[in-house]
Design a protein around this ligand. Structure first.
Ligand code: PLP
Length: 401
């Protein structure tokens, strides 16, 4: 493992000033148990062997790296490549950490996986893991999201999960988190709360990063194989930041590789119309950890908007706040329009319909390519866009040309 990954976070779960665990006292022993057993179990050869087996024979890993030749020619300048997490089973990177969390739960003797979900992507990935391991699954989801994301609710139910509708407050992701924590408190001895990104109290930002590290390990080796060199730029979209940490972690000790996190600029830079936490946020606490947060006038987490619901979060993983503050990674943004254009361009010219989330990383690559002739840009294509096609075509049509 690289020297950065070995030393970060520290034993209290801090990435520099960010991270940590602010927990209600009843949950403290459970998080201590998860941390201590993870540290032991993740080094066991049985655990590593089982996880490798799952990666290969269930998830379909390694996923390839594709050279986007047509888009590179059309854009001019840098050559653009994509790490194909859209080809991971269930169509996105989320299954990487859900299978890891499921295996951890199995080794811990837990019988149940539980989580909140917003658009339903994490819920589907976790329900998949629960089915694989023969565990119960409980997913908390706001009533508004249940109505909006019916196909994912159907998937979760087919996979055997119990979907708990959350009917208080804004009836969306934030309330789903609160509701799930509440339910977890009474069954933490038999259930694992499987957090869906590199967020939440320690040890989850570390655990989820470790399980996503497979993206970066594969991508580095594959890129070297294909081109004989490392990429000049590696880019990924950032919601909570798990797919970005996955690919960044493979290149974090390579001084000549520039890392770019791409945040959603939504419809404008006005508060409430984007979810660009690093661009406009300040230091603060959210969901039990210290990070950067988009705040409203009262200092509470602000409402956010982006065309890509998987990027809709007013905070960010603590490690990204740290990489930003230390200059180890760069952060930029793409707005709804640029991301939609990238969505159409990738579909038409490469035969790959990307998730709207991933299209943010591609929009950055298309913008950066002409300014970087002779260089190479590797983006993480975090997921496939099948989930987005009805919304995109009904709202925006089929794109130009
Ligand atoms: C959930 C999701 C994301 C955002 O999550 P991160 O933790 O920021 O990676 C990005 N892309 C896809 C396809 C997703 O489903």
């Amino acid at each position: 493992m690289s020297s950065y990954l070995k030393t970060t976070p520290n034993s209290e779960g801090f990435f520099g000033e960010y991270g940590g665990a602010q927990l209600p006292p009843p949950l403290e022993p459970h998080f201590t148990e998860i941390r201590e057993t993870y540290e032991k179990i993740s080094k066991l050869s049985d655990f590593i062997r089982d996880l490798r087996y799952i990666r290969k024979h269930f998830q379909g890993r390694p996923t390839p790296v594709s050279h986007l030749k047509n888009l590179s020619n059309l854009t001019g300048g840098a050559q653009i490549y994509a790490k194909r997490e859209d080809l991971n089973h269930t169509g996105a990177h989320k299954l990487n950490h859900c299978m890891g969390e499921g295996l951890l739960a199995k080794f811990m003797g837990k019988k149940k996986l539980m989580a909140e979900t917003g658009a339903g992507q994490h819920g589907v990935a976790l329900a998949t893991a629960a089915a694989y391991f023969g565990m119960d699954c409980e997913i908390h989801m706001g009533e508004i999201d249940i109505a909006k994301e019916a196909p994912n609710v159907t998937r979760m139910k087919l996979l055997g999960a119990k979907v708990v509708p959350v009917g208080f407050g804004g009836r969306s992701l934030k309330e789903a988190v609160d509701s799930c924590f509440e339910s977890y408190m009474s069954q933490a001895d038999k259930a694992l709360f499987a957090i869906g990104s590199v967020v939440g109290p320690h040890p989850f930002p570390m655990i989820v990063r470790d399980f996503q590290h497979v993206i970066g390990i594969e991508a580095r080796e594959q890129f070297l194989d294909m081109t004989g060199d490392l990429p000049d730029i590696v880019a990924a979209c950032v919601g909570g930041g798990s797919n970005a940490m996955g690919i960044f972690s493979g290149f974090i000790d390579d001084a000549n590789v520039a890392l770019y996190g791409v945040e959603p600029m939504g419809t404008s830079s006005k508060l409430g119309e984007h979810a660009a936490t690093i661009a406009f946020g300040e230091d603060g606490d959210i969901h039990g950890f210290r990070t950067m947060v988009l705040k409203d006038a009262n200092g509470d987490p602000a409402p956010v908007h982006t065309v890509a619901s998987g990027l809709d979060y007013p905070g960010i993983g603590p490690e990204h706040a740290h990489l930003y503050r230390t200059g180890k990674a760069n952060y930029t943004s793409a707005n709804d329009r640029e991301s939609l254009n990238a969505f159409y361009a990738m579909s038409r010219h490469e035969g790959i319909i990307p998730a709207l989330e991933s299209a943010h990383a591609l929009a950055f690559a298309i913008r950066a390519a002409p300014k970087n002739p002779g260089k190479s840009i590797l983006i993480n294509l975090s997921g496939r866009g099948d989930k987005d096609i009805d919304y995109v075509t009904e709202t925006f049509g089929f794109g130009e040309d």
